[in-house]
Design a protein around this ligand. Structure first.
Ligand code: NAD
Length: 503
């Protein structure tokens, strides 16, 4: 039996229970359907087949989950951080033990290739371990003595929080948000994306099996405008950690205004990879290809705009075309596959719509530009050349395996093009001129920049964007800054003169 057939058989054993019960919510430690009994369907982008039904939670379910999170909060907040640390490590152990199941289900639900998803599951475990180890230090503060007072600061968890995640690498992103919230001492209501609900359910089960007390982590599936909106408006939810599109971020900010929600937004991107003619072009080529075509290009940090110096552009684009045409599109559970199908028919229509937009804009489709097969959401990896930065294909987040190549002459022009965009998540700079690298990174408008490297995530570093790409940072202590409140306490060190009114 081939690896693929073998994997498909295993997948069926993992999915069997979901086919029977559907994906349920979890509120106060109990698996439950939506209070209304409503469901929606999740389908596989491989062949559009039904995977299973999913509980379609609404405001009533969110209210029950928020109340459960509120009730569980004091005990979780006051539990010794060393105990929280142990539970979070156990969750990581549980993820590792079920990594194959998570990876297979994620591939089938999202269309992502196994070669990336098996690592994403393990990265999820790493996220839990990292924040588990940080939990005992989360409340640490400063001593800021003044002449008359010993001033100290400490941090306390903000309360029950809402976590709203998108459909791209949903498992990994959920762990990224939820692990620091739990480590900080917050309780959670999680609303996963409706296109990819399966692995959020598995993660939740792993957490409770690891000994997480009931109600500390609640799961409500549903649509953005129903369950998602209700979560952002709920008075018991103190903060919303959101990953998704920029325009959804705007909506959440409006929805949360009435209850003064603290928000953390990780939003869209249209990130430039800038290749100067003095760069190591072999490595630049590998990195540019990896950063747009891995994960089906459904990646917020993808390098979706190639800015290439005109002195090397012909050669660089020719090499790019050859490699792009060689990328293996196929079944996500085939270990050889490099690109699987896009998440859903609606997203497939959006991405393929840009093929026509590129033609209308006057760009050239130098590679790809078509679907693969007649079933499912498969597209050829695509390269647009002859583009300029004012075209829609250069300005809008396509969120697929689609790269737009734009040529530049001087460093000034490269910078102007790179910054001429509403987004500012990441940037990738390829040059061997150190002074230029320093000058360029200083002026490039992005939350994260890599020089002579693809995106290599290091958990202690800050992750997030500027402009329309986000508000706030994840990673290291920055995650705790979001999930915790600072508290200042001043202790008099003597009998300083207190102003006496009416004496
Ligand atoms: P989306 O904004 O459509 O949906 C994200 C989540 O928000 C889903 O769970 C959805 O149900 C929910 N939602 C939708 N409307 C809502 C509302 N009115 N109130 C509350 N919740 C609502 O995004 P998507 O299409 O699922 O994900 C792709 C987007 O996510 C891309 O723009 C991508 O760049 C971005 N993203 C950003 C990062 C980052 O770190 N910056 C990481 C991953 C993805």
């Amino acid at each position: 039996m081939s690896d693929l057939q073998n994997n498909i058989e295993k997948l069926e054993t993992y999915l069997a229970r979901f086919r029977e019960t559907g994906v349920l919510n979890q509120i106060g430690g109990k698996a439950c359907p939506a209070a209304s009994g409503a469901t929606f369907e999740t389908t596989s982008p491989v062949d559009d087949s039904l995977i299973c039904k999913v509980a379609r939670g609404d405001a009533a379910d969110i209210d029950a989950a928020a109340r459960a999170a509120k009730e569980a909060f004091p005990a979780w907040r006051d539990l010794a951080a060393t105990e929280r640390k142990k539970i979070l490590h156990k969750i990581a152990d549980g993820i590792v033990a079920r990594a194959e199941e998570i990876a297979f289900c994620e591939c089938w639900d999202t269309g992502q290739a196994l070669r990336f998803m098996s690592k994403a599951a393990l990265r999820g475990a790493e996220n839990f371990r990292f924040f588990a180890d940080k939990a005992p230090g989360a409340r640490n503060g400063q001593a800021l003595p003044s002449p008359t007072l010993m001033n100290v600061t400490t941090r306390l968890p903000i309360g029950p929080v809402g976590v709203i995640t998108p459909w791209n690498t949903p498992f990994m992103l959920s762990t990224w948000k939820i692990a620091p919230a739990l480590a900080a001492g917050c309780t959670v209501v999680h609303k996963p994306a409706e296109f990819s609900p399966v692995t959020a359910r598995i993660l939740m089960e792993i957490a409770e099996e690891a000994g997480l007390p009931k109600g500390v982590w609640n799961l409500v599936n549903g649509l953005g405008e129903e369950a998602g909106k209700a979560l952002t408006e709920h008075p018991d939810i103190k903060a919303i950690a959101f990953v998704g599109e920029s325009r959804t971020g705007s909506m959440i900010m409006r929805q949360g205004a009435e209850t003064l929600k603290r928000v953390h937004f990780e939003l869209g991107g249209k990130n430039p990879v800038i290749v100067f003619d003095d760069a190591d072009l072999d490595r630049a080529l590998d990195a540019a290809i990896f950063m747009i075509y891995s994960l089906n290009g459904e990646r917020c940090t993808s390098s979706s705009r190639l800015l290439v110096q005109d002195t090397i552009a012909d050669e660089f684009e020719a090499r790019l075309i050859e490699r792009v045409n060689n990328i293996r599109v196929g079944h996500p559970l085939d270990p050889k596959t490099e690109i699987g199908p896009l998440i859903h028919k609606t997203h497939f229509d959006k991405v393929t719509g840009y093929f026509e937009t590129a033609r209308q804009d006057g760009a050239t489709i130098a590679a790809g530009g078509s679907r693969v097969g007649t079933e499912g959401c498969f597209v050829r990896p695509t390269l647009f050349t002859g583009a300029n930065n004012s075209m829609k294909i250069a300005q809008e987040e396509i969120f697929g395996p689609v790269l737009t190549s734009i040529r530049f002459g001087s460093e000034e022009e490269a910078l102007q093009i790179a910054n001429d965009i509403p987004y500012g998540l990441t940037g990738y700079v390829w040059t061997n001129d150190l002074t230029r690298a320093l000058r360029f990174t200083n002026a490039l408008e992005a939350g994260m920049i890599w020089v002579n490297s693809e995106n290599v995530r290091h958990l202690p570093t800050p992750f997030g964007g500027v402009k329309a790409s986000g508000i706030g940072r994840d990673g290291g202590d920055w995650s705790f800054e979001f999930y915790m409140e600072q508290k200042h306490i001043g202790f008099a060190t003597g009998q300083h003169a207190i102003p006496r009114l009416g004496a």
